[in-house]
Design a protein around this ligand. Structure first.
Ligand SMILES: Nc1ncnc2c1ncn2[C@@H]1O[C@H](COP(=O)(O)OS(=O)(=O)O)[C@@H](OP(=O)(O)O)[C@H]1O
Length: 419
């Protein structure tokens, strides 16, 4: 029996999940996990980093009704191994941010759950996933990108997204009502004036799956949820879904740029958010990056100075893509040997990945040519209105302020809305 931080006395091991790191995929969650798993009060469900329990990487249906008894037993097992009821147990599946039904899953599991999201510059994230899927022959999107250049893939995928969203727009509630009125009254209504983009920008997040989301918004959200490489960088849609279900105080947004520049600062923010005391991290450990390009495994370690950063900024300025990232600390794993949480969907796991600590060939290269520069410019235009919604939520105090460089890149109104 012990006194928990919330002041309740209990000796229960059958408590629900305390926190979830939702993703986004390719945003540095492996590095954050490797750092934080040394903290004595922080634990995670499953043997390795991700359970992929409610959503796999791509093109599979979500599994929001996946078996809970096994999941809860695994959490209980983690608490038993740690031998302390108050250890915080979290799920680190970077696929859950894009899982449309997952906010409800987590809310039903634990309405007080704490949610963490790591966001990376959207074009960089898309490039990173594209490059990874090119070389991982078991990757969920490998076949999709195998014979594509980045530029040809962007062209194809943006067309597909546009087509998908056009279809979805027919199903927005407003148009449904108008259609119904026209049908029943036999009169043609003047076209209603759509809300201005300024009005849309100032709106708080409101569309939540299973609650306030109408069919049209659901279909539009599926368009990006089904597009793992390009669509999963449309952060506002996924974040809105979570913010519609949870008070913003329960959602902590972090940024890869900050993790790169000030890893200890980001870790302290996570500790404060989870309400655990500060852990000990060494500068040496904090200078290690995991799961970077050519070193694809959640536990594959490289020193920061050896990482070839993918920077979309490289396409518009000089070809120096080492970035302006600086360093800073972590310690050893305290994970022990947890029982594996078996995934029933055959998604990527460390078992399927190359041996950790064995960087693979670094031969992938992104030519800084015209087509790639154009593809990056088109992607920025595509993401711009979505990024502006993030800025607006940051201005409303709902999420942490994004990096200044994102504002200068995406704040201007050039390019306009895409849907
Ligand atoms: N600290 C820090 N700063 C900047 N960037 C970082 C950092 N840590 C990881 N990374 C980059 O994030 C990419 C891996 O992300 P994830 O670990 O979330 O990938 S995964 O979703 O688990 O597959 C991977 O990107 P690419 O190198 O472009 O593949 C990592 O290099």
């Amino acid at each position: 029996t012990e006194l928990t931080r919330s002041g309740r006395i209990h000796d229960r091991l059958d408590l629900p999940l305390d926190y979830a790191v939702l993703g986004q995929q390719k945003s540095g969650t492996s590095t954050l996990w490797m750092h934080l798993k040394s903290h004595p009060d922080i634990a995670w469900v499953g043997k390795s980093k991700e359970t992929l329990w409610f959503n796999g990487d791509y093109a599979r249906t979500t599994l929001c009704d996946n078996d809970l008894e096994y999941y809860q037993r695994t959490i209980m097992y983690v608490r038993t191994v740690h031998n302390r009821a108050h250890v915080l147990v979290g799920d680190w599946s970077a696929t859950h941010l894009s899982c449309l039904c997952c906010p409800l899953v987590f809310k039903m599991m634990n309405p007080k759950i704490k949610l963490l999201v790591v966001l990376r510059e959207p074009v960089e994230r898309a490039l990173s996933r594209f490059m990874e899927q090119k070389v991982l022959d078991f990757g969920a999107c490998h076949k999709e990108v195998l014979n594509e250049t980045f530029a040809s893939y962007v062209t194809k995928e943006l067309q597909q997204l546009q087509r998908c969203r056009k279809m979805a727009a027919r199903y927005r509630i407003a148009s449904q009502l108008e259609h119904e009125l026209e049908r029943t009254t036999g009169t043609e209504l003047p076209p209603s004036s759509p809300p201005s983009s300024q009005m849309l920008l100032q709106q708080s997040p409101k569309y939540g799956w299973g609650a306030t989301m109408d069919l049209g918004h659901w279909m539009a959200a599926q368009c990006v949820a089904k597009s793992n490489i390009i669509g999963w960088s449309v952060y506002d849609v996924f974040l809105e879904n979570y913010l519609a279900h949870f008070p913003h105080e329960q959602v902590q947004v972090l940024y890869t740029d900050d993790l790169a520049a000030h890893p200890l600062g980001v870790i302290r923010r996570v500790e404060a958010f989870l309400r655990v005391p500060p852990g000990n991290y060494t500068d040496e450990k904090l200078a290690v990056i995991y799961n970077s390009r050519g070193c694809y495994s959640w536990q594959c370690a490289r020193n920061k100075t050896d990482v070839q950063w993918i920077g979309s900024g490289a396409f518009s300025s000089s070809s120096n893509n080492s970035g302006d990232r600086s360093s800073s600390s972590d310690s050893t794993s305290s994970g022990g040997t947890l029982q594996p949480l078996k995934s029933n969907r055959g998604t990527v796991s460390d078992e399927a990945l190359p041996e950790p600590d064995q960087p693979q060939s670094q031969s992938q290269h992104i030519p800084q040519d015209g087509p790639n520069t154009q593809a990056v410019a088109r992607l920025r235009n595509f993401y711009r209105p979505h990024m502006q919604r993030l800025f607006s939520w940051a201005d409303q105090g709902l999420i942490a302020p994004p990096p200044a460089s994102w504002r200068s890149r995406y704040e201007s109104l050039e390019g306009g809305a895409t849907d």
